[in-house]
Design a protein around this ligand. Structure first.
Ligand code: NAD
Length: 345
């Protein structure tokens, strides 16, 4: 297939680009190169036959039309988004612009192209979303594909809105859409403002490791390369119009996750004191969801996908990667807002 990947210079998008190329697909990587992007993430595939980069903004309808016409993709994997919850609290407008309006423009460009291709039956528009659209769980229960939407942050509300647009374009216009909602990802090339890289990099710099609130918030962690594989599985085998929850089956409280990372660092880069001593509790994020956990039985039973990397193994690989790739993260740490406490009301 020739896949138009949006957001392919970001964290998950670049993993998708690398995996798609490894599977023998052609990739058109469309990315506006915002503060969160890094073309080094796809340096390994950039020179390969079948890879093309388009610097473009999904809010730019004319450019989207040109890109569909020039490249004639067989499918779209839509990941481009503003993705950081704390930034969405400080500046929700960019999240509405890109995640809602941008997704609308992409849907319209895809629909016009699909109509020109005589409603090509094999065309797919796969929208990549998050479990955060479902809101917060109590101590028990899991998010299924039937869980009602109840987003609590500007980020998750904007993603929920985009999910609804995608569904409506499928129902109303017949566009062959697919949707997936995934839990928290981690792994190589994770932008250094997100929790796991912050923990690793602050520890290495002997800076306080900030934990929001009491550190009791629970997330279901998935290694990013498993997510990339899941997305390509849904794209190729998923039933049109259906949504698929994707999760790691690896719930952890933030404080336990941070302790796991500290002990890996104690082993791989021993310091004078255990890294845990740097843990510092800070004011909680407003509207901080207590718990996310995914029931991923649909994608497992219908499409045969399940996570291949345990949390312990994935964290080990991730810590190793950050230790071995200092130039990558040092360059990104200089970007606007990185390393600052964002998202306080
Ligand atoms: P990211 O912030 O690392 O990457 C987003 C990419 O989108 C960047 O390369 C950025 O330049 C690009 N982009 C932003 N605005 C754009 C625009 N207007 N036009 C074109 N490109 C634009 O995000 P990520 O963590 O890789 O997440 C990718 C997708 O997966 C998002 O849609 C996110 O909601 C979803 N998701 C993320 C997670 C997670 O844990 N990170 C979990 C589930 C779902």
């Amino acid at each position: 297939m020739k896949i138009l990947v949006t957001g392919g210079a970001g964290f998950i998008g670049s993993a998708v680009v690398r995996r798609a190329m490894a599977q023998g697909h052609e990739v058109v990587n469309l990315d506006a190169l915002t503060y969160a992007a890094c073309l080094d993430n796809v340096a390994d595939v950039a020179a390969l036959h079948g890879y093309i980069f388009e610097k473009a903004d999904i809010r730019d309808a004319a450019t989207l039309a040109r890109i569909f016409a020039d490249h004639a993709p067989d499918a779209v994997l839509h990941l481009a988004a503003e993705s950081h919850v704390d930034r969405s609290i400080d500046g929700p407008g960019a999240f509405i612009d890109t995640n809602v309006t941008g997704t609308y423009h992409l849907l319209e460009a895809a629909r016009a192209y699909w109509l020109r291709k005589d409603r090509c039956e094999t065309f797919r528009f796969h929208h990549v979303s998050t479990d955060e659209v479902f809101g917060s769980l109590g101590a028990e229960g899991l998010f299924t594909e039937e869980t009602a939407y109840a987003p609590n942050s500007p980020y998750s509300a904007s993603k929920a809105a985009s999910d609804h647009l995608v569904r409506a374009w499928g129902e109303t216009y017949g566009l062959p859409v697919l949707l997936s909602n995934c839990s928290n990802n981690y792994g190589p090339y994770h932008f250094p403002e997100k929790l796991i890289p912050v923990v690793i990099l602050n520890a290495l710099a002997s800076k306080p490791i900030p934990i929001y609130g009491a550190g009791e918030n629970v997330r279901d962690w998935l290694y990013v390369e498993d997510h990339a594989e899941a997305l390509l599985t849904v794209l190729q085998k998923g039933t049109v119009g259906r949504s698929y929850n994707i999760g790691g089956n690896a719930e952890a409280r933030n404080i336990d996750l941070v302790r796991m990372i500290c002990s890996l660092l104690d082993e791989m880069r021993p310091a004078e004191h255990p890294y845990e001593k740097l843990i510092t509790y800070v004011e909680d994020r407003p509207g901080h969801d207590a718990r996310y956990a995914i029931d991923a039985s649909r994608i497992r039973d219908e499409l045969g996908w399940q996570p291949s990397v345990t949390l312990a193994e994935g964290l080990r690989r991730t810590v190793r990667w950050y230790l071995d790739n200092t130039e990558w993260w040092q360059a990104l740490q200089a970007r606007d807002g990185v390393g600052q406490r964002l998202g306080r009301v």
